[in-house]
Every structure is written in C-alpha cells, then in structure tokens.
Design a protein around this ligand. Sequence first.
Ligand SMILES: NC(=O)c1ccc[n+]([C@@H]2O[C@H](COP(=O)([O-])OP(=O)(O)OC[C@H]3O[C@@H](n4cnc5c(N)ncnc54)[C@H](OP(=O)(O)O)[C@@H]3O)[C@@H](O)[C@H]2O)c1
Length: 327
Amino acid sequence: MANSDRVYADGSGPELSKLSPEFSALRYNAGPCLSEKNKRTTAMTILVIGATGNVGRPTIAGLLAKGATVRALSRSEESLAKLPDGVEGVIGDLESGDGLAEACAGAEKVFLITSNGETETARGLKAVEAAKAAGVKHLVFLSVGNPGKEPAVPHYRAKLPIEAAIRESGMDYTFLRPNFFMQTDLSVVPVMKEHGVYAMPVGSIGANRIDTRDIADCAVRALTEDGHAGADYHLHGPDTVSGPSAAEVYGKHLGREVRYAGDDVDAWAKPVEAFLPPWLLDSLKKMFIGQQQHGGAADAEAVTASAAAVGHPLRTIDEFAAEIAKG
Ligand SMILES: NC(=O)c1ccc[n+]([C@@H]2O[C@H](COP(=O)([O-])OP(=O)(O)OC[C@H]3O[C@@H](n4cnc5c(N)ncnc54)[C@H](OP(=O)(O)O)[C@@H]3O)[C@@H](O)[C@H]2O)c1
C-alpha cells in the first residue's frame, strides 16, 4: 500500500508537529483550557495517563477521530490546553496520587503511559490501584519489549511490578511492547542539521525502530475494539536501523553528509547530563550499551505481526527522515 493510501487512526497523514515537544513547540495549535471547557458525558470514557507525551498525543488524536469520549490526565493546565478540543482534562500527579481517583471515576478503559524515571514503578502502581478501585474494565499499558532482559536496564525493569499488578488486578489488560522509538532522534536533529553528526549511540547491529504514531494506532485499536484483552503486542518498525544506517538515511534527506558519532555513551551523556537525573542517565547508558551489544532486530514474522497489530503498513525510517528534512 502506498503511503498516500494509508489510513491512520487519527485520519491524518504523517505530521511530526503533532508529536514531539522539541520538534513542534512553535507549530502546535493550542486549544482552549479543556478542563474548564469540556463537561463529562455519559458515553464510554477512555482515560489516557501520560496523555501529553510522545505516544499519548497521537493516541488522543486517533481516539477522537474514532468518536471516542477522551479524558486526559496531566500535571499541567498548560499542557492540557494544548490538547485538541473535545478532550476532557484532569489535573493530576502520579507521584502524589492527586487527581487520580477523579480521573479514573467513570472511565471504562485506561491507557497507562509511565514516563521513565526512578519513581516509575511507584507511579505506575498508583495508577493501577486507582483504575482498579474505580472499576475500570480494561487497562492498556505501554511497556517495553522484554522488561526483564539481561543485562538489566533499570527503566525496563521498573515495568515488571506494574505488569504484575495489572495481571493481578482482575481488569482486562493489553500490553504494548514497542521497540526503540524513531522519535527519540528528534532530540539530535539540530546537531545533525548543523554539524552533520548523528549523536545517538545505538551501535551497529540495529533495531527495528517504530514510529510512535504506529504505537498510538495500535493503542487506539486496543482501546476501541473488542478482542484485545490478554494480548501482548510486540511493536517493531519495518527496517532494522543501526547508527551508521540512520546517519545515512538522515543525510540523504537532509542533503548533506551525516556521520554516526560512534558508540561512546559518555560522550552522548555529556550534553544531557545537566538536564537528566543521574538515575535516568545511568539507565539510558545501560540501554544504549545493550543495543550496541545485542541490537533489537526483528525478523519478518515479527514485523508482519506488528503491522497486523497496528492495523496498516508500518511507517518507515525513510518516511520519518523525509519528514524531518521538511521540518
Ligand atoms: N523511547 C523509547 O524508545 C521507548 C521504547 C519502548 C518503550 N518506551 C516506554 O514508553 C514510555 C514513555 O512513553 P512516552 O515517550 O510517550 O512518554 P513521555 O512523553 O516521556 O511522558 C508522557 C507524559 O507523562 C506525564 N508525566 C510525567 N510524570 C508524571 C507524573 N508524575 N504524573 C502524571 N503524569 C506524568 C507527562 O505529562 P505532563 O507533563 O503533561 O504531566 C508526559 O507528557 C516509557 O515507559 C518508556 O520506557 C519508550
């Protein structure tokens, strides 16, 4: 199927401006303050926790396109105001648990996205507990491919107790297990454009990286259709992308030479260590070292299964790089 024939869950074509705060801050079309504007309805409500991030935003767009009643939890009124019209916003914080009961009340389904960090397990467990207490019927959790893999990556391991709590909760559940996000590269685009260097130390074996919009499309299906309870969806992109091959495809679309910066995780960490907490920095370094040693390649059967779970042909790294080059 050609790109132009694809039907994405939000009804739109690829548009990076919907996805990354880094990439889209200038172009994001902010809506009015939703938590005041939108009233609850009696239709089935789907709550998205982690709604304003990489996967949450395209999921919300896809849910709205399907006519779902969508509620979003965020810590910030400002972030909620940037979500599309029609979303009911609830202010809450997984750290304290504030707002969680209100957010879950009356929701039939929940999409739980827990951002990475030292307290991720505790945050996720609070969300599961609140969903269960509110009588939520089905919880979809954004996990990772193999959270227990060795050598351990702490922000992968953090998901194991959350998954266990979900399994034991009595709610229906679906686990999404995505490969490395293509959108992670948005953080290195400016350096790539200015200096011709691809500074993501992913190594030379490669991983079948996935576009977060495809993850969102799978989430939308799991949240709006029957038949996804108990499913574990391993989500891979169609291409095995290494550091050197990513540099090549970005270079092709940017119209300049781009070289892979190499496998030095400490060099990668230097410019970000002022912004990232030490726990997360250490965990991300471990993740990159694991990618360098083992990669994250998926075989043809796994890619076919991923496309089936997403519901349409998978977005390619070539398409993603072309969008980046267009700005
Ligand atoms: N990056 C990858 O390649 C990859 C691959 C596989 C799996 N994953 C998993 O995907 C998940 C991250 O998904 P993502 O990138 O979509 O998320 P994200 O953008 O990092 O974060 C989602 C949202 O979480 C909210 N949040 C953070 N702390 C919160 C708190 N204390 N209470 C309530 N909300 C809070 C933030 O919203 P507000 O600021 O609006 O509150 C943020 O927009 C992680 O669990 C990660 O391990 C990532």
